[in-house]
Design a protein around this ligand. Sequence first.
Ligand SMILES: *[C@@H]1O[C@H](CO)[C@@H](O)[C@H](O)[C@H]1NC(C)=O
Ligand SMILES: *[C@@H]1O[C@H](CO)[C@@H](O)[C@H](O)[C@H]1NC(C)=O
Ligand SMILES: *[C@@H]1O[C@H](CO)[C@@H](O)[C@H](O)[C@H]1NC(C)=O
Ligand SMILES: *[C@@H]1O[C@H](CO)[C@@H](O)[C@H](O)[C@H]1NC(C)=O
Length: 326
Amino acid sequence: MSATVSLSLVALLLALSHSFTHAKQVLRWSDEFRAGCKDARVCVNGGIDIRKWSFDLGDGTSFGPNMIGWGNWQRQCHTNSSANARVEAFPGKTDGMLVIQAGYSPLRTCYNENAAPSTTNYTSARLTTRDSAAFKWKGTAGNSTAVRIDVRLQVPMVAGTWPAAWMLPTTDKRWCSGCSEYGDGWCLGGEIDIMEHVNTNNFLISNVHFGGQANASWLDCHEKVGRFRAGSRAASWNVMTLIWDSTYLRFLANGKEVSRLNAGDWYTGGADRAANKFAPFDQDFFLILDMAVGGLYPGFNINDAAIAEGAARYNIDYVRVYDLLP
Ligand SMILES: *[C@@H]1O[C@H](CO)[C@@H](O)[C@H](O)[C@H]1NC(C)=O
Ligand SMILES: *[C@@H]1O[C@H](CO)[C@@H](O)[C@H](O)[C@H]1NC(C)=O
Ligand SMILES: *[C@@H]1O[C@H](CO)[C@@H](O)[C@H](O)[C@H]1NC(C)=O
Ligand SMILES: *[C@@H]1O[C@H](CO)[C@@H](O)[C@H](O)[C@H]1NC(C)=O
């Protein structure tokens, strides 16, 4: 009996050390946001690598008239100006960080790609890897190796701000936000939020959106929120992580799990549920780094004075994407 117990204990410890301690992290993609830009053909705004990142510009109407406010009543105009997005060196260092900074500019004319100009009161920025890179686990569904995405970031404590590091499915439809293999309406294709923060909250969240009904977007969408209760550390640097395998999605804050979903917890209304056990999180997703001002999540109590003073700064030290190999 005791021999059996200790043998299974040894087996358990071996299994644990195999799956956790010895999982090999192999870097697949990263941006360290190094300051300095020597070649204007490959970088802008102090070091934003335009081979990796594209700017989404405007108030959302580029993606269709229903997308004004980016689908949830955000108030900002996204620009590609260095006032709103730039790489800055850490004080006293050559290493840099991406800074997304919101501005207060009442009644400003907002340039919309692919649509008529509009008028907005705030500016900010939204960078995506849509045109260059997308990620998911490797292998086949049910027998895969996980992808790990680490984002080291620092959020502002300003009412009305909504910084995020998140992912949407890739699509051939350039001017469709949320379109995927599983249909054209959000949330059929799913959404993975590695980090969201609003206002002066002392917690950061992770989230997963899924479900939906074919050709009836927004209906029957579900979410699973994870809360990293950071307390006084909310305004400090934190590393927010997604570990995504075909059979699970895990979210970590500074290495500690805050949320987990297993296959079966999610589905899409765009495919038969029994026959597509891993959908919609069996497709490539691209990365988005942005900061909204106002909107469904933060609400509309916006600290104009703090934004005008430059306090609405969302800093990103790095984004690192690894394969976790056995
Ligand atoms: C900003 O976008 C405009 C319009 O697409 C473009 O002409 C300009 O080169 C872009 N500037 C930067 C810094 O990306
Ligand atoms: C901008 O602010 C003005 C008041 O200064 C307000 O009337 C207008 O609705 C605001 N515009 C937007 C897009 O929020
Ligand atoms: C799982 O994938 C690995 C690597 O591709 C392969 O060697 C193994 O045979 C697969 N196992 C199953 C049960 O399909
Ligand atoms: C949804 O719309 C597409 C395109 O109009 C159509 O092909 C498809 O059959 C529709 N699906 C459902 C479930 O109504």
